[in-house]
Design a protein around this ligand. Structure first.
Ligand SMILES: Cc1cc2nc3c(=O)[nH]c(=O)nc-3n(C[C@H](O)[C@H](O)[C@H](O)COP(=O)(O)OP(=O)(O)OC[C@H]3O[C@@H](n4cnc5c(N)ncnc54)[C@H](O)[C@@H]3O)c2cc1C
Length: 617
């Protein structure tokens, strides 16, 4: 059966009235131009056109739910007819992304949520943490006298109201949660409340009731929870996880952060901006172990060393006892390799940021013969669930943190979209090497693809050379205008064919800048092509422009003319091949640096002269 949505928007309210009928038509009524955008909801999904004029459009006809004859494993036979085309267990970002795409593709879709819509990202992750980081960023600016003076600004002492900051994070989470819920409701996704348990093939029990729902395809999107190592006692007040820290119930004078991955690092940015002293406890030999080592080093120089942060690496927190009876939090450290006792810290609070554990208990995986691996649901590259015999479980997929492939919000959502593409008849494999990641410190760190050591290892195995190009933010006009020249962009590529293997950025708005590189990797764009892209001046995007231009083209593309600058030759269709004298491009970067140094000397000289004149008067 096909169902349809008919949405009416009143200009005064964004609330949408939804009704179902039997023709697949969207009709939208709005008399004022609408520029509505719910989180992750594309306007087209609501059949808006850009000008906001209403129109009716036909949704792609939904593949009809049908009886499945596939040989299915034990634990109950598959139903003949289904309540839904697609049932998603877990309404986090992954489930939400899948649900929106599914209705766009015409699937009758339901999503089951055992807690609150939005999952980790919206309620206990990306969203509230970015609200706190936004405050941290402003505090840093207001406290940075040197920076303010260099811009000619004077600001009296900056302060903050802890509850006000906490409320900002809470309110943002609640706003985004409502947007997510409304976007699904508006599109006709049924939101079923309760804990979903798989009873057998294509059958899910909702909550503890007798309600059983059947679906042709099922996606597990149950996410993750903070991982707390043995020996650590969480009291939610003085020994906390990110779930508690995001509520900002207090700002400790001294906090130990156990784990220096991106979550720990972001919290160190927040706490130090709000006045705390931070001690990192890291089991590996270096801080920020997941980052490209060169970017990690620079990040340490800017984000750790000058701040009120110290650290111990190569140590495990073997036991942590919360503060009680007037005693501080006690952290017992052992050597990560020898396991010998190393040190004891006494601090006001400890934040445990040692990673995330998949949330897959009680899901009924045993009913379909699936055995988790350290809690993660095993999947193939198409997110199809694999059973204990290594066989694919028909019509069952797992996306997001629960499969552990890449524990990021947008990766979860992209995996969900990829699954929907598959179940609607278009084969699709998500290239995880094209999925960007970012750490929202001040300044930000972002990355896509391989780190330099990973690329070199791959090159050695597969027999290709690896080259590296770099550009500094110091040569970028926009960064210098903001007085934020501290930054580096690094490109790792194959000189033989121009393939982009990885891009890493540390600097102002790095999280926004990375997408040009991730899209290039996703679309297979090579150095020789992306070099020709044009960037507005003056923008931070020119950092990437410089980066791509400073890379050497594969031999068949490089110029033999020996002239500086660009020579454009038509290649195929409307694509142009550029032959660039790399010396010419590098000179441009060098000239920019020289010019900016000259300008800063000149302005220092002017200031000096002005003060001499002032004194001589
Ligand atoms: C502090 C912090 C900051 C972060 N910052 C970022 C960031 O800036 N960018 C980024 O990309 N990622 C970030 N992440 C990671 C991101 O939050 C996760 O990768 C993302 O939320 C995973 O989405 P998901 O849909 O797989 O799972 P989740 O968001 O965890 O959602 C799973 C949902 O399933 C529900 N559920 C579980 N089991 C069942 C069941 N059996 N039945 C019904 N419902 C069930 C849960 O209640 C939950 O609502 C951050 C994480 C943290 C902790």
């Amino acid at each position: 059966m096909q169902s349809t949505l008919s949405l009416s928007f009143s200009p005064s309210s964004s609330a949408a009235a939804v009704s179902r009928s039997h023709t697949t038509r969207f009709s939208l009524n709005t008399s004022t131009p609408l520029n509505l955008r719910f989180c992750g909801l594309r306007p087209q999904a609501l059949a808006f056109n850009a000008s906001g004029n209403h129109r009716s459009s036909k949704l792609p006809s939904r593949p009809r739910s049908q009886a499945i004859s596939a040989a299915l494993s034990a634990n109950g036979s598959p139903p003949k007819f289904f309540d839904y085309d697609l049932l998603i267990i877990g309404a986090g970002v992954g489930g939400h992304g899948a649900a929106l795409h599914a209705v766009e593709k015409g699937l009758k879709t339901a999503i089951v949520e055992g807690d609150v819509v939005g999952g980790t990202c919206v309620n206990r992750g990306c969203v509230p943490s970015k609200a706190l980081l936004a405050v941290a960023g402003r505090m840093r600016e207001l406290q940075n006298d040197h920076h303010l003076k260099s811009l000619g600004l004077q600001v009296s002492a900056a302060g903050y109201d802890r509850q006000g900051v906490a409320d900002h994070a809470i309110n943002l989470a609640s706003k985004i949660r409502n947007n997510l819920t409304n976007s699904m409701k508006a599109l006709g996704v049924d939101i079923l409340t309760g804990f979903g348990k798989i009873l057998g093939p294509q059958k899910v029990q909702i909550g503890s009731s007798d309600k059983i729902v059947t679906a042709k395809d099922i996606i597990i999107a149950t996410g993750s929870v903070p991982f707390v190592p043995k020996g650590i006692e969480i009291d939610g007040k003085t020994v906390i996880t990110s779930d508690h820290a995001l509520k900002l119930e207090f700002v400790p004078d001294w906090i130990a952060i156990v784990g220096s991955g991106y979550i720990g690092l972001e919290f160190s940015d927040v706490y130090t901006a709000l006045g705390s002293e931070v001690t990192f406890v890291e089991a590996l030999d270096q801080l920020m172990p997941g980052f490209d080592p060169e970017i990690g080093k620079l990040a340490q120089r800017v984000l750790i060393n000058p701040r009120n942060i110290d650290y111990q690496t190569g140590v495990f927190a073997s036991k942590i006892t919360p503060a009680r009876d007037g005693k501080p939090v006690r952290i017992e450290l052992i050597d990560a390799k020898t396991k010998e006792p190393k040190d004891t810290l006494e601090v006001d609070a400890a934040l445990i940021a040692t990673g995330r554990a998949p949330f897959t208990q009680g899901l009924g995986l045993e009913n379909i013969d699936v055995v988790t691996q350290r809690g993660f649901v095993p999947v193939d590259e198409r997110m199809r669930v694999i059973d204990s015999n290594g066989k694919l479980v028909p019509h069952l997929y797992c996306i997001g943190d629960a499969n552990g492939k890449m524990m990021l919000a947008h990766a979860a959502s992209a995996q969900g979209i990829s699954v929907v593409e598959q179940v609607t008849g278009r084969d699709h494999i998500l290239n995880h090497l094209s999925v960007p990641a970012a750490c929202f410190t001040h300044p930000e760190i972002s990355m896509v693809g391989l780190t330099e050591p990973q690329a070199r290892e791959k090159g050695e195995k597969e027999g290709f050379e690896v080259s590296v190009a770099k550009t500094s933010f110091k040569a970028n006009t926009k960064a210098l205008a903001e007085n934020e020249g501290e930054g580096l962009a690094k490109l790792i590529y194959r000189p033989d064919n121009g393939e982009i293997l990885g891009v890493h950025i540390f600097g102002l708005h790095a999280a926004d800048l990375i997408h040009e590189a991730s899209n290039a990797i996703a679309l297979g764009t090579r150095i020789q092509d992306i070099k020709l892209a044009v960037h507005a001046h003056p923008t931070l995007s020119e950092v990437l422009d410089e980066l791509f231009k400073s890379a050497k083209e594969p031999p068949e593309y490089s110029s033999s003319s020996g002239r500086l600058g660009h020579i454009q030759k038509p290649v195929v269709g409307n694509r142009w091949k550029e032959t660039t004298d790399s010396h010419g491009m590098n000179s441009r970067g060098v000239l920019d640096v020289v010019l900016s140094l000259f300008l800063s000397f000149f302005s220092a000289f002017q200031r000096c002269l002005a003060s001499m004149l002032h004194f001589s008067n």
